[in-house]
Design a protein around this ligand. Structure first.
Ligand SMILES: [Zn+2]
Length: 403
């Protein structure tokens, strides 16, 4: 399997020559990357090699533990997704759900508009008025913006807390670290660039106002116990200890992304096992550091909890936009209504959808799948939740294995 794994890693790097977003991280031998640049294999050659790898994997016998079984499944699914991405780059048009199954090994449920109407009615009751709901929501939440000059202080406090909590449950390499950078003009809100050797650079996009809930979200999602921890544990346990080179490269448009985004989102509820615990920290530390009235924290998060239930509205807008059922401006309008987004935020989201397409399901569907998988094994026991979560972060498990 090691030989196939190495060929897979080379193939991901080769495809990266055709698709600048494809290789999200690589920390294997640097000469592999220069080799890919020099060879610049054609899409046809990459597709043919992927087919060879799939055939080779089918013939590879498995002996040993469950992790080895997972390894073969991982390679099979990741190579199949790579082959699908090659076909897309050659011009094949896939419908949204077909694409998400091919690339992310999952399909998001479709909800009727009435599903969102029901949640929106509850928001209407909390923020009454005559103007469109997105406008009222923007007005209402203005007092919860983190002032730009306090952004880094607030983020660093959230990171420190999430890191300390994570370290009491997960053994991380002693030299792990990450840096935060503030950037503008990006289609995403935050991004973790994993550099290898247990180091991440986290970029935060400050194009739009940043609200107080982003602090814990960002710290948990990008950092602890989210992307940074996931990547560090894969590097330590699988790349270093077992020599599994396929994990030293991370293909963005692949099933692994659903597990990465799903664990990163669910991480907030692992690091703060109860809402009471999180609210205590928010009220005592984050709200005061941001200069925001902590007595309104419960009111703020009651609305945020409802907003979170609208996450599937973004999936729906993306599905309709990618399938050609609506155009860009209709998607912006639809998001204003059903995801309660102001125009600038709706436009940023549409830009994200146009670039990353069905990737959007990885966040909310990924979170729901990871939550079900972990809770089935741990119940309400927070210690068990940490251990199951740590196990998942140290394995090459993919979406269809989250049963
Ligand atoms: Zn993420």
């Amino acid at each position: 399997m090691n030989a196939v794994a190495e060929r897979y890693a080379h193939l991901v790097l080769a495809l990266g020559q055709h698709d600048p977003d494809y290789v999200d991280a690589f920390y294997g031998p640097a000469e592999w990357k220069t080799q890919a640049e020099k060879e610049k294999k054609s899409l046809d050659a990459i597709g043919a090699e992927a087919a060879e790898l799939i055939a080779a994997l089918a013939k590879t016998p498995i002996a040993g533990d469950d992790l080895l079984q997972l390894r073969r499944e991982y390679l099979q699914k990741q190579v199949a997704a790579l082959a699908a991405r090659v076909r897309m780059l050659k011009g094949e048009k896939l419908k949204f759900d077909d694409e998400s199954r091919a690339l992310y090994d999952a399909i998001a449920p479709t909800f009727p508009d009435s599903h969102f109407d029901h949640i929106i009615a509850q928001l209407e009751a909390k923020i009454p008025g005559k103007r469109p709901l997105w406008e009222r929501y923007e007005m209402w939440r203005k007092p919860f913006v983190i002032p730009k000059e306090k952004l880094d202080t607030v983020f660093q406090l959230a990171i420190k807390e999430c890191r300390a909590r994570t370290l009491t449950h997960v053994a991380l390499p002693p030299n792990e670290s990450f840096a935060v950078e503030y950037v503008t003009n990006k289609p995403w809100g935050g991004y973790n660039w994993y550099k290898g050797n247990f180091h991440s650079v986290i970029q935060v996009n400050t194009d739009l106002p940043t609200f107080i809930d982003r602090a814990v979200d960002l710290a948990a999602h990008e950092g602890y116990p989210g992307h940074h921890v996931y990547n560090s544990l894969l590097e330590k346990n699988l790349v270093h200890d077992r020599g599994w080179v396929e994990l030293s490269v991370y293909a963005l448009f692949s099933p692994q992304s659903l597990v990465a985004e799903g664990t990163a989102n669910f991480g907030r509820d692992v690091v703060f096992p109860t809402k009471t615990e999180r609210m205590k920290f928010e009220k005592e530390v984050l709200f005061p550091a941001a200069g925001i009235d902590a007595s309104r924290a419960d009111e703020y998060y009651a609305v945020q909890d409802l907003m979170k239930q609208l996450d599937y509205a973004t999936n729906k807008a993306a599905r309709r936009l990618i399938n050609g059922a609506i155009d860009e401006s209709a998607a912006v309008q639809w998001l204003q209504k059903y995801a309660v987004m102001e125009p600038a935020r709706a436009q940023q989201r549409v830009k994200f959808i146009q670039r990353y397409r069905s990737y959007v399901i990885n966040y909310n569907l990924g979170e729901d799948m990871v939550r079900r998988y972990i809770e089935k094994r741990s119940g309400a026991d927070p210690e068990k939740r940490w251990s199951e979560f740590g196990k998942l972060l140290s394995s090459p498990r993919l979406p269809s294995g989250l049963q």
